[in-house]
Design a protein around this ligand. Structure first.
Ligand SMILES: *[C@@H]1O[C@H](CO)[C@@H](O)[C@H](O)[C@H]1NC(C)=O
Length: 305
């Protein structure tokens, strides 16, 4: 895989990460890891930093073990000279399993994500794209809305779909709108499972059939309200004509698609490098222990706005 390709893929991944969680570091050093006492002090400082409610000692003991393990992992990882760093963010006392359950849409399995990966690349609308540039950063072209935080809700599917729609909407209309994940969370409930997970295809179908309103009109709460506010939903900001999958296991097609528009991706977000990712660019070959989902979505032909 050439340098150009790696770069472009990394850009796509960086976008997905930006969409998934806004992380911020909390500094600590070797001294904090020296003794149980210093680790406990660090744990206290970390809790105050993230302004969590005060917990009594018994309540803190079990997460303390997890916290210690995570702190040591982050410390060792950052010494390994990888091109990206991990940080002690607010997920510091969660096991990878707890992190997955709270944030990664755990009820939707891989099989569901693979349900309709196309085989025949002739049907792919960007199949005839030729001169793919060595790099594209859709952020600098104004097609990416500011980073959002999905909060404690496994609705990455909604953020992923909305990010792609914001991108194609900007490309087609020259207007960058921040669109409503909450509308999807509350209203796109026929197949998607809200904070327990979902699939971008269904979200795209919903947006195709109903359009989608703006973030400011239908703001994000990170909670499934259990009721769709159809009054808010009625004021559509944009709508899409359709969506399609990039052919699976086909990097050339992914390059073609990503050079034309931001694509929506689902990535395996399990594991501590993702949980504690903090800065610098993640390169694909450094993610090899994790699997990148082969199903990547692309949208085309936006009408109306
Ligand atoms: C790509 O080019 C081929 C050959 O010219 C053509 O038959 C096909 O319809 C084109 N596909 C798309 C999606 O434009």
């Amino acid at each position: 895989m050439g340098v150009g390709k790696a770069w472009l893929l990394a850009t796509v991944l960086a976008l997905a990460l930006a969409l998934s969680t806004a992380v911020e570091g909390f500094h600590f050093d070797e001294k904090d890891l020296a003794t149980e006492k210093s680790l406990w002090d660090l744990y206290d400082r970390w809790q105050n930093h993230h302004t969590m409610r005060t917990r009594d000692v018994l309540e803190k003991l079990k997460p303390f073990d997890v916290f210690k393990d995570n702190v040591r992992y982050i410390h060792e990882f950052n010494k390994m000279g990888k091109p990206y760093k991990l940080g002690l963010n607010k997920f510091g006392d969660l096991t990878p399993e707890e992190f997955r359950q709270k944030y990664a849409g755990y009820k939707i399995g891989h099989s569901a994500l693979h349900h309709e990966a196309p085989k025949r690349s002739q049907l792919f609308s960007h199949v005839n794209v030729t001169d793919v540039p060595p790099s594209v950063d859709w952020r600098t072209r104004g097609a990416v809305a500011p980073v959002k935080n999905q909060g404690e809700c496994g609705d990455c599917w909604a953020f992923s779909a909305v990010g792609a729609v914001e991108g194609i909407n900007h490309i087609k209309t020259k207007r960058l709108l921040s669109l409503s994940e909450q509308e999807l969370l509350d209203c796109d409930t026929a197949q998607n499972l809200g904070c327990s997970g979902g699939i971008m295809d269904y979200a795209f179908e919903f947006i195709k059939n109903n359009g989608i309103t703006t973030e400011s009109n239908y703001p994000y709460t990170a909670v499934e309200s259990g009721a769709c506010d159809s009054d808010k939903g009625r004021s559509r900001a944009t709508v899409i004509d359709g969506h399609e999958s990039v052919p699976s296991s086909d990097e050339d097609s992914l390059l073609k698609a990503a050079s034309q528009q931001p694509v929506s991706v689902a990535i395996e977000s399990v594991g501590r490098p993702f949980q504690f990712y903090s800065e610098a660019r993640l390169h694909l070959h450094h993610l090899l222990p994790l699997r990148v989902s082969r199903v990547l979505r692309t949208l085309h032909e936006l009408t109306g706005a």
